[in-house]
Design a protein around this ligand. Structure first.
Ligand SMILES: [Zn+2]
Ligand SMILES: [Zn+2]
Length: 331
């Protein structure tokens, strides 16, 4: 099979991914091999490829939003048949035994492994996945359209849940990239009024077209007090802006893996039970809930497709911010 592999992390401008021809991976006990039809390109991939997230093994095939069909089934797998469609997301495995796993918080498992970081991901014609971590995808989404749901979509959904936003509530979204684009559709489906702050005029237009009640820049204050907010921008100052905008008792959920820091702010902003929570990964239950909701709404995804051989280009465009919608590679 052909695969795009990372040997040595380097800036995306230096074409760090190499197109290689390697044998098809063999599914071990409890695993499936999927023939990949599409794989989303995520900012986390960029961080791994450029070395901002330290590689857990090299070489590694990145990509953790893969849509494919079951092609081979390892020993001891129940419930999957050859030819069925499946999705592979960031969470590749957990121990299933620790306190976090046993309390429905497998996203916090210390022994968790991740697709495209600990094991080879979807920038390839095939990949293997633990059968119990493969996700069933709803009908109604083409392979290309389903790929962006698997990371940005699910993590955006978890962020909404962590923020505690209730149906009909007033929600702030700070930053409006691929994940927020899907989160706003869920929030609107729940009847929320959505207030979007983002730097980009193009993103403000897109938010308005998806039903935002108001849009503005990061330094602007929404015209109403918000019940909850989610920040997507990788900038700590945005977290403070969001705190400033929410009601006592409200929560700001931070959907960003990397934040340089949060500037010092007055305790008054936190006083009266305002909360600040980060969002780390997601559980399979989050994925199941979101995928079913995405089909029910139905959520619309905007994609920008790249050939597998153009994976470096996709990462560069993501870094430059010139991808229209969510980048997806098609092996
Ligand atoms: Zn991701
Ligand atoms: Zn665990």
């Amino acid at each position: 099979m052909r695969a795009l592999r990372l040997e040595t992390p380097a800036p995306a401008t230096e074409n760090p991914l190499t197109l290689v021809e390697i044998p098809d991976p063999v599914p071990g006990p409890g695993e499936l091999r999927l023939r990949v039809a599409a794989c989303g390109v995520c900012r986390t991939d960029l961080q791994i490829v450029e070395g901002d997230l330290v590689a857990r093994r090299l070489p590694v095939v990145p990509g953790h939003q893969a849509v494919g069909r079951v092609e081979a089934i390892g020993p001891g797998v129940d419930g999957w048949r050859v030819g069925e469609r499946a999705g592979v997301a960031w969470l590749a495995g957990t121990d299933g035994t620790c306190a976090a796993c046993r309390s429905g918080r497998e996203n916090l498992c210390e022994a968790a492994t991740f697709t495209g970081w600990d094991r080879d991901g979807g920038y390839a014609e095939a990949l293997t996945v633990r059968a119990d971590f493969a996700l069933r995808l709803p009908e109604g989404f083409a392979d290309l359209a389903a790929a962006p749901l698997l990371c940005g979509g699910v993590i955006g959904y978890r962020s909404l849940r962590v923020s505690g936003i209730q149906p009909g509530g007033r929600l702030g979204l700070y930053g409006f990239g691929a994940s927020a684009l899907l989160a706003i559709q869920v929030a609107r489906h729940w009847g929320c009024e959505v207030y979007v702050c983002t730097r980009s005029a193009r993103e403000r237009e897109r938010a308005a077209s998806l039903g935002a009640a108001w849009t503005g820049g990061y330094d602007e204050v929404p015209p109403v007090t918000l019940d909850a907010a989610v920040t997507f921008a990788p900038a700590g100052s945005v977290v403070v802006s969001a705190l400033r905008a929410i009601v006592p008792g409200g929560t700001v959920a931070i959907n960003a893996i990397h934040l340089d820091g949060i500037p010092a702010f007055s305790y008054d902003l936190l006083w009266r039970e305002r909360g600040l929570r980060s969002v780390a990964n997601f559980t399979r239950q989050d994925a199941r809930e979101f995928l079913s909701l995405a089909a029910e709404i139905p959520v619309r995804t905007e994609t920008d497709a790249f050939a597998l051989a153009d994976g470096n280009e996709a990462l560069r465009r993501l870094r430059e911010g010139t991808v229209a919608g969510a980048a997806v590679v098609l092996p």
